[in-house]
Design a protein. Structure first.
Length: 265
């Protein structure tokens, strides 16, 4: 595989990252996964990047695992063992990389989003879907396996257990408009406006305090794991720390001066 499997562009403080196997609808081939992790690591340490847009080249976002590349490794491990090891060491790390990125992530789902591609998209902070896009959990209906790359974690929280289970068992395609109605994505937009709207959203996010993405992810992740009393305590603890930061003082000044805050990166 000689082509660049991941394309990276810049629009000021916003990085645009495209999965780039368009002739195959952007499957998660191993070279693509490896390159994607490298690019995400570089972005995480680049102070000039304040937001990221993740999308797919061509007509699809991502159709999930590269089934044509799944073969027994020839080292004594079964295909199941090899798959487990690859997920633990590589594929699952992609989701953790996105969730740990210190800047907000916008997923622009520009077409089919299937299999493991669903987990990849939902790992973003904000998901926009083109009107022609759809989400498809092919795992159990087509292959007899469970959804992965965090799909089960995200879906139960975003759309509730009844819809998550039905999507997993029935394998019906959930179009962009339906996904927005369910709360699976933030918004559904016309195909020709998807990237433009994703960039508008990303630039708004880029203007937030530098700690915004990590703080918001972490506080909502904790909310799903603990009771109200514990969450109230967590909120108080985070306010104690964050109110000491320059961003809070700037926000108060902007409010009193009736202007938009200007946060330092």
């Amino acid at each position: 595989m000689t082509q660049d499997t991941v394309l990276l562009e810049r629009d000021g403080p916003v990085a645009i990252l495209r999965l780039n196997l368009p002739e195959r609808l952007n499957p998660l081939a191993l070279p693509l996964q490896q390159r994607l992790r490298e690019v995400l690591a570089a972005l995480a340490s680049d102070a000039s990047v304040h937001a990221l847009v993740l999308t797919g080249a061509g007509k699809a976002f991502c159709v999930g695992a590269d089934l044509s590349g799944m073969q027994p490794p020839g080292d004594g491990r079964s295909l199941g063992e090899w798959t487990h090891d690859t997920m633990v060491s590589l594929s699952n790390r992609l989701v953790e990389d996105l969730r740990g990125l210190p800047v907000p992530v916008v997923a622009a789902v520009n077409g089919p989003c299937a299999g493991a591609g669903v987990g990849l998209a939902l790992a973003a902070d904000i998901v926009l879907a083109a009107r022609s896009a759809y989400f498809f959990l092919s795992f159990m209906p087509r292959l007899g396996i469970v959804p992965d790359l965090g799909s089960t974690w995200f879906l139960e929280r975003f759309v509730g257990r009844p819809r998550a289970v039905a999507m997993s068992l029935l394998g019906e395609r959930i179009g962009g408009e339906q996904a927005a109605q369910w709360g699976l994505v933030w918004a559904c937009v016309d195909d020709d406006q998807l990237l433009a709207q994703a960039l508008v959203t990303a630039h708004r996010l880029a203007a937030l305090p530098a700690h915004a993405a990590l703080e918001i992810r972490q506080v909502y992740d904790r909310a799903a794991q603990q009771d109200l009393s514990a969450q109230l305590q967590l909120e108080a603890e985070r306010q104690r720390a964050l109110i000491e930061r320059p961003s809070f003082r700037e926000g108060v000044r902007a409010f009193l001066e009736k202007r938009e805050p200007r946060f330092r990166p």
